[in-house]
Design a protein around this ligand. Structure first.
Ligand SMILES: Nc1ncnc2c1ncn2[C@@H]1O[C@H](COP(=O)(O)OP(=O)(O)OP(=O)(O)O)[C@@H](O)[C@H]1O
Length: 260
C-alpha cells in the first residue's frame, strides 16, 4: 500500500459568515500527483493556504508524515518540506533569477552572518552545497540563459518557471502548485507539464496542484479531487471524475461547453 504523506481531517475554514471550507477529509499519498479542481470560489486556494500555514483552519487537523502540523507557522512547515507556488507569482521582481532561487534555500541556511564569521570553513562548504543544488535546478528547468536577468523583465511564462525553481530550491517533499499553467501559451504549458512529471518521477516529489485546464489535469494527475462551495464532492481517478454526474453538473459541464 502507498504511504500517506499528508492527511487532512475534517478541515473547516470560515471568514466571518463565509464558509470557505467545510469538513474536508483528504489524504495525499507519497509520490502521487493530485489535482484539485472546481469552480471559482470553491475553496481550492484556501485549502492550499491551510496546508502551507498561511491560513489557520477554524477546525480540523493536518498531519504531515504523521506529525500534527495544524498549529505550525508557515516557515516551520517549509522546513519540514512543504513548498508552494502562488496563483499570482510571488517573487522578488527587482532581483535576479539566481538570487530568487538562492532565497528559496533560506530554510537550509544553518549558519547565520555571525556563525558564518566564526565558522568560516563550515559556511564556505555550505555555500558550495547550496550553489551546486541551485545549479542542478537551473539545469533541470532549462533557465540557464536567464540566470542573471532581473525577474521583472521576464515573460510571464518564464517567471512561473522561476517561481517553480524557487520552490524546488527548498528541496520539498510536498510541492503545492496553485494554477501552474495559468496565463501560459500552449508551448509553455507543454514545458511546464513535462517539468511537473519529471519533478514527480525523477525527484520523487509529491505534488498537489490546482488547475483549471482539464486536458492538463487528465494528462498529469494520478488522482483528482473536486471541490464545490467549500466541500469535497468527489475524488477518484481522472477517468472516473470525468464521468461523475455530480462533477459534470457542478463544474465539468461548463468547462466542456467552453471547449466546444
Ligand atoms: N482572505 C480571505 N478573506 C475573506 N474571504 C476569503 C479569503 N480568502 C478566500 N475567501 C473566500 O473563500 C471562498 C473560497 O475562495 P478560494 O479563493 O479559496 O476559492 P478558489 O477555489 O481558489 O477560487 P479560484 O478558482 O477563483 O481561485 C470564497 O468565497 C472567497 O471569497
Amino acid at each position: 500500500m502507498q504511504q500517506e504523506l499528508l492527511v487532512v481531517e475534517n478541515l473547516s475554514l470560515h471568514f466571518g459568515g463565509v464558509a470557505a471550507l467545510t469538513n474536508i477529509d483528504l489524504t495525499v499519498r507519497k509520490g502521487e500527483i493530485l489535482a484539485i479542481i472546481g469552480p471559482n470560489g470553491a475553496g481550492k486556494t484556501s485549502f492550499l493556504n491551510c496546508i502551507s500555514g498561511l491560513y489557520r483552519p477554524s477546525s480540523g487537523r493536518i498531519f504531515f508524515e504523521g506529525r500534527d502540523i495544524t498549529r505550525l507557522p508557515p516557515h516551520r512547515r517549509a522546513a519540514l518540506g512543504i513548498a508552494r507556488t502562488f496563483q499570482n507569482i510571488e517573487l522578488f521582481k527587482h532581483m535576479t533569477v539566481l538570487d530568487n532561487i538562492m532565497l528559496g534555500r533560506h530554510v537550509h541556511l544553518r549558519s547565520g552572518i555571525l556563525a558564518g564569521g566564526i565558522y568560516w570553513g563550515l559556511a564556505q562548504k555550505e555555500e558550495v552545497r547550496h550553489r551546486r543544488r541551485v545549479e542542478e535546478i537551473i539545469d533541470f528547468l532549462e533557465i540557464e540563459f536567464i540566470r542573471n536577468k532581473v525577474v521583472g523583465s521576464l515573460s510571464y511564462g518564464l517567471q512561473k518557471r522561476v517561481e517553480l525553481a524557487r520552490a524546488l530550491a527548498l528541496e520539498p517533499k510536498l510541492l503545492l502548485l496553485d494554477e501552474p499553467m495559468a496565463g501560459m501559451n500552449v508551448e509553455e504549458k507543454e514545458d511546464m507539464a513535462r517539468f511537473i512529471l519529471d519533478i514527480a518521477e525523477e525527484w520523487g516529489v509529491t505534488l498537489v496542484l490546482i488547475e483549471h485546464d482539464m486536458g492538463v489535469v487528465m494528462d498529469l494527475s494520478d488522482r483528482v479531487v473536486v471541490f464545490d462551495f467549500g466541500r469535497k464532492i468527489a475524488e477518484g481517478l481522472p477517468e472516473e471524475i470525468k464521468q461523475n454526474p455530480r462533477v459534470v453538473e457542478a463544474y465539468l459541464g461548463g468547462q466542456l461547453a467552453e471547449e466546444d
